[in-house]
Ligand binder design. Structure first.
Ligand SMILES: Cc1ncc(COP(=O)(O)O)c(C=O)c1O
Length: 430
């Protein structure tokens, strides 16, 4: 008989079920307004675009790459290069959108950001005393990957505006005193999930300086960058002048569509052995990838490649309307919360991020699984307990995802949420 105790210990950890909850909760309560999952809105997902993008990529292979029909078929239908077939197109996009110039050889195309996180952690974390630093609260994809791989994690509490370099420094110093090695810091500088926070320029520069001082790598997850205001500071990768400190990870899940399951890592760090430079970190990541997914589906790469060609390599431009829609959703949520509770700062409070995907609401009661169930069943409104994203401090906070709803649904949803919050406060205090 197979028992749970026979399985890998990570499978008994609630951290491993968060992603499935987020993907499936919305379908479990179809009558509820769902502030639970951070999906792109379906008005921006068009089935017919698949055909357009695929045709565009095929034309590119034939005309710009000069491939004959047989070679085109091989490119799409065979096993392909482990590191991917659209690396040049991704670097063209990075140059256009991020002003980051990298060699296509430093790119590994992955099955979503999630695989990028897994292979990066696998390659970078070799010794038992190596520690990954993450913000608290933090995206469940990185902490779940670390759990699976047995990588030790230290949580650095976020301030109002996201990660604070001084807090990172004090955790790094403590780890060093304990004889452990802070190896890398995972950071989402733009529109972080779950807090929605974005780092100011000086915080980004201080993190880079800190990385230099303590020989840390920064794993930059840029999932929401295309929705940032045009005035937002450059990415960590763009600020990383010698290119040695930042491993940059991206995804097409929000800038394109999640069903592509497509992401990428930029790892241009040069690896050395005793005799000198050998190869790029990207090559090592590619070796890991070859044993995880062999290679990323060339068919979805072709669709993403066509999308990049179609928008002249600017996903920011292609997503300008979506970015405006998400920001408007955030403004609607703020207006409705203010209407229900007055200005933030009372017993019910909330943050005011710039990017429109996520926000956090503080409530005067335990926002746990039971409260969530009552909210979904009796009030028809879903949200995510912040305790899913942080080991401590999230007990009385909930995350609202605003991307998957229309302004009308947000008005209805916040109305229901306000009634739930009022009733739950009374329920839990009596
Ligand atoms: C911080 C962050 N990174 C990455 C992703 C997307 O990951 P994937 O490309 O695996 O869909 C998400 C989606 O929720 C996210 O919030």
């Amino acid at each position: 008989m197979l028992t749970t105790a026979d399985l890998h210990p990570s499978l008994s950890d609630p951290g491993l079920t968060v992603m499935t909850f987020l993907n499936e909760a919305t379908a479990r309560y179809p009558q509820a307004v769902s502030f639970a999952s951070g999906r792109p809105h379906e008005r921006f997902l068009e089935l017919k675009s698949l055909q357009t993008y695929l045709e565009r990529f095929l034309e590119y292979l034939r005309t710009e790459r000069g491939l004959g029909e047989g070679a085109v078929a091989t490119e799409l239908l065979q096993y392909g290069a482990t590191s991917g077939i659209i690396r040049e197109l991704i670097t063209a996009m990075l140059l256009t959108d991020e002003q980051v110039s990298v060699d296509p050889r430093s790119v590994v195309v992955t099955t979503g950001c999630q695989e990028a996180l897994v292979i990066t952690l696998r390659a970078l974390f070799g010794a038992p005393d190596d520690v990954l630093l993450v913000a608290s609260p933090c995206y469940a994809g990185i902490t779940g990957a670390a759990l699976l791989l047995g990588v030790q994690v230290e949580h650095v509490p976020e301030g109002e505006r996201g990660l604070e370099p001084e807090q990172v420094r004090s955790v790094v110093r403590r780890l060093l005193r304990e004889g452990r090695r802070p190896r890398a810091l995972y950071v989402v500088p733009e529109g972080a999930n779950p807090g929605g926070t974005s780092l100011e320029l000086d915080a980004r520069e201080e993190l880079l300086a800190l990385a230099q001082e303590y020989d840390l790598l920064l794993i930059e997850d840029h999932a929401y960058a295309v929705f940032a205001p045009v005035t937002s500071p450059p990415s960590l990768k763009a600020l990383d002048r010698d290119g040695a400190r930042v491993v940059h990870i991206g995804t097409f899940s929000k800038s394109g569509f999640p069903g592509l399951r497509l992401g990428y890592v930029i790892a241009d760090q040069v690896l050395h052995d005793g005799t000198g430079p050998t190869r790029l970190l990207a090559d090592a990541l590619s070796d890991v990838k070859s044993m995880v997914t062999v290679n990323t589906s060339p068919i979805t790469q072709a669709i993403a490649g066509g999308m990049l060609l179609n928008c002249d390599f600017s996903l920011r431009r292609a997503n300008a309307e979506a970015a405006g829609f998400y920001r408007e959703n955030l403004a609607t949520a703020h207006r409705e919360l203010t209407r229900a509770f007055g200005a933030p700062g009372g017993p019910v409070s909330w943050n005011t991020p710039e990017s429109g995907f996520f926000m956090v609401v503080s409530v005067p009661f335990e926002a746990d699984d039971k409260a969530l169930e009552r909210s979904a069943r009796d009030y028809r409104v879903l949200w995510t307990p912040m305790r899913y994203f942080q080991p401590t401090g999230g007990e009385r906070r909930l995350r609202l995802s605003l991307s998957y709803l229309t302004p009308e649904e947000i008005r209805t949803g916040i109305g229901r949420l306000a009634t739930f919050i009022e009733d739950e406060r009374v329920r839990q205090t009596t």
